[in-house]
Design a protein. Structure first.
Length: 314
């Protein structure tokens, strides 16, 4: 385990950190309640990662003791980590969620995988198209997601209530101002809304809140020996026998963890000894590496994410 210098021990958060988290929590709960009140058929998008785990926890707090007033939808490509799917099943059962699974059945039938298409086309087919089809199938007029403005630059252009044009297309120039916490949630024909309750949170805020509230998250975020291969300088976990090994590749056990979760062939691990929350938070504070540097789907050009969002990606 990485030793934490005595002068930087953070086993207990400071009062100021707690105060920040209380303000952020209150804002997020307000956004949840406003979304439930303003739209006829909202849905909570659940990616199973740390941000959406915090989002789900906040949603439960926002409407307790009543059940969630909207369903939860997961975009399942068929290539998520096995642990993610097991975690999703357990949380749905524990919380009694109305869980909807959205998939691009046509692309799956055609044999689309992370290895048959480039990352951009794979993401478009398996995530963007599946998301749009899922939203249309159930007639959702608002989708609640866990995007944060500090993740990457295109998401910094979002509002808390982010308008989508017909076809779920995003246009940064048409986003509505939100002065003095006021919002405009009216929709014209064909328009929908994306709602981001933790938009003003940072990655460190998320981790501190997870510790403070004891939020359940997948164990993939914590370091332990895992079978990986070094692929173009990135550690890729061999999660099942569908991963085709390149010539000369041999899986080896390394102590790694993941900062962000997605499709396992496209999610890079980092070597780490952070096996508990205190060590993980200390490591995060000292890290200069971007959270999404391990997301191979973000790597096709500087405007890659913005182009995906314009097509309807979250």
């Amino acid at each position: 385990m990485v030793p934490i210098p005595a002068e930087q021990t953070i086993a207990e958060p400071t009062v100021s950190e707690d105060a920040v988290l209380e303000v952020l929590e209150a804002e997020a709960i307000h956004v949840f309640r406003e979304t439930a009140a303003a739209f006829q058929n909202p849905v909570l998008l659940y990616s199973i990662g740390k941000d959406s785990s915090v989002l789900l926890h906040l949603a439960v707090k926002a409407f307790a003791p009543a059940p969630l007033p909207f369903p939860v939808m997961h975009i399942d490509t068929g290539w998520k980590f096995k642990e993610m799917i097991e975690f999703r099943t357990r949380m749905a059962e524990e919380l009694g969620l109305d869980l909807r699974i959205a998939q691009n059945k046509e692309a799956i039938a055609e044999g689309v995988t992370p290895f048959t298409h480039g990352t951009h086309e794979y993401t478009r087919l398996m995530k963007t198209v599946a998301l749009r089809e899922g939203l249309d199938r159930y007639g959702f007029d608002a989708a609640i997601g866990g995007a944060r403005r500090d993740e990457e630059r295109s998401r910094a252009k979002e509002r808390i209530f982010s308008l989508r044009e017909p076809g779920h297309r995003w246009d940064a120039r048409k986003q509505r101002p939100e002065f003095w916490r006021t919002t405009n949630t009216r929709l014209n024909e064909g328009q929908t809304m994306r709602s981001f309750p933790i938009s003003n949170w940072t990655e460190l805020d998320v981790w501190r809140y997870i510790r403070k509230e004891n939020v359940q998250i997948p164990d993939l975020y914590f370091a332990k020996p895992r079978p990986v291969v070094d692929r173009d300088g990135t550690w890729i976990m061999v999660d099942d026998d569908r991963l085709p090994l390149r010539e000369g590749e041999t899986p080896e056990m390394r102590t790694v963890r993941f900062r962000t979760l997605g499709c396992y062939p496209l999610s890079g691990a980092v070597e780490s000894e952070a096996a508990d929350l205190d060590t993980l938070i200390y490591e995060m504070g000292a890290s200069k590496m971007s959270e999404r540097s391990g997301r191979l789907i973000d790597g096709e050009g500087g405007s890659s994410m913005e182009a995906k969002k314009a097509e309807g990606y979250f």
